[in-house]
Design a protein around this ligand. Structure first.
Ligand SMILES: [Zn+2]
Ligand SMILES: [Zn+2]
Length: 434
């Protein structure tokens, strides 16, 4: 574990004080501090991921990509972050999909119609099941009093036990089974349609993100799918991954009844599929799913992981003495504690220069420029928090802004994912001339 990194402060107890050139700083924990706790343990998943990200540029960028958060309540506790990815693909064909050209789009319209037709059935079924459970619940006096008083019972565990009883109770089970039997024909259709059409519909919905993610990874990995696979394997050795691939050419171009699909669960040995085993098409929609263990859930949900990755990356620099991750910082001017600001990453160099980094996964240029960079530098100016270098590390595509520094005014720089992949070198050069 890197000793330069200060990621977790005991809430309420610790305030760190530092002196940089001409400025005193008070550094406090924020209300998100709890999420940073795993960083105080050298062997935790978050620490291992950040350490990997400092030496592997593809891994570093991976956690800035577009993703969806999936949760399956009651079944899985872990949070699942799903990253859609399109690697080298048939550009003409993908353009047709984006243009909704009839030659490829018909199956998507059919799928959408199928799914829409289920809405009524699902609604009725849900209403009936809900009605049954409410009916059973209301037989219990403690539930009735809970509903009328709006107060939870003293021991919430009792409620959970009662719910559990209700679900396993033979009488309720019997009624529930009856509902299922009554709707047998509809249920069959619901499952059939969901299994067949949902992967297609959800795949098309994320196609744009998948394309952007894939373009980014290829750019950082110098067009080597092999390199990307190796990085995913390294990530998979730290946290459980699952992988799903579906050939869009089988589904939309050839309209096969059994399109090529592959799913791997919790694998520690895999490589990304580059060609369809059925039609030898190249347009395969990959999904990498991260099954976040408990110490990673809050870090992913609250967007702290990208900040920590940037912090660990900066800590590699010889010149950098200390790095704070996600803290509230108040400047102290003439003995007066000024209004503070929340700082994503704060680094202090050996010669007491101050580097402030704003971290965001946002990838829209206007948004990043106005809502992150300009917004934050204005705030820092207002509270008198003077820095030597301000960097906004964002999810901007490596294609949009390939060159390095973008905005030189106010010593503030807007960086994208290409810069992120070589951030330590960029900053080392910057420190030489600042
Ligand atoms: Zn295929
Ligand atoms: Zn931020």
């Amino acid at each position: 574990m890197n000793k330069k990194i200060i990621s977790y402060l005991t809430p309420g107890a610790s305030i760190e004080e530092r002196e940089v050139k001409g400025l005193k700083l008070r550094i406090h924990p924020t209300k998100h501090e709890r999420a940073l706790y795993p960083f105080s343990k050298p062997d935790s998943c978050p620490v291992k991921l950040c350490e990997l990200a400092t030496i592997d540029p593809v891994a570093r960028v991976f956690f800035f990509l577009k993703r969806e958060i999936l949760r399956v309540p009651w079944i899985y506790n872990p949070l699942i972050a799903s990253f859609p990815i399109l690697l080298p693909y048939d550009e003409q064909f993908v353009d047709l999909i984006f243009k909704r050209d009839k030659s490829v789009y018909a199956p998507i319209e059919v799928a959408q119609k199928d799914i829409d037709s289920l809405a009524d059935d699902v609604f009725k079924l849900e209403a009936e099941t809900f009605g049954l459970f409410m009916f059973e619940l209301m037989k219990d006096p403690s539930f009735r009093s809970m509903l009328t008083t709006g107060r939870l019972p003293k021991k919430p565990k009792v409620i959970l036990e009662r719910l559990d009883n209700l679900i396993t109770n033979p009488a309720t089970r019997g009624t529930f089974d009856e509902i299922l039997r009554k709707h047998h024909d509809r249920l069959g259709k619901i499952f059939e349609v969901l299994l067949r059409q949902l992967p297609l519909i959800s795949g098309i919905e994320v196609l744009k993100e998948a394309k952007e993610n894939g373009d980014t990874l290829l750019e950082i990995a110098e067009n080597s799918v092999q390199k990307i696979s190796e990085t995913l394997l390294r990530i998979g050795n730290i946290i459980p991954l699952s992988y799903n691939a579906v050939c869009l050419e089988c589904v939309l171009r050839k309209q096969l009844a059994m399109p090529f699909q592959a799913t791997l669960l919790y694998t520690k040995d895999f490589s990304l599929i580059e060609r369809c085993h059925q039609c030898s098409g190249r347009t395969i929609l990959h999904r990498i799913n991260i099954h976040a263990p408990s110490d990673l859930i809050a870090l992913i949900q609250d967007e702290r992981l990208p900040e920590a990755i940037v912090g660990y990356t900066l800590a590699q620099l010889e010149d950098v003495e200390e790095v704070f991750i996600h803290k509230k910082v108040n400047p102290v001017i003439n003995g007066i504690v000024k209004r503070g600001a929340q700082i994503d990453v704060l680094a202090i160099t050996k010669d007491k220069r101050l580097i402030i980094v704003e971290v965001t996964r946002q990838s829209d240029f206007e948004t990043v420029l106005n809502e992150e960079l300009i917004h934050k530098t204005t705030l820092l100016e207002q509270i008198g928090l003077k820095y030597d270098v301000f960097v906004c590390v964002s999810g901007l595509s490596p294609k949009i802004n390939h060159g390095l520094s973008v905005i030189k005014a106010k010593r503030a720089f807007l960086l994208g994912l290409k810069h992120l992949s070589e951030l330590e070198n960029w900053l080392a050069d910057r420190l030489k001339i600042t």
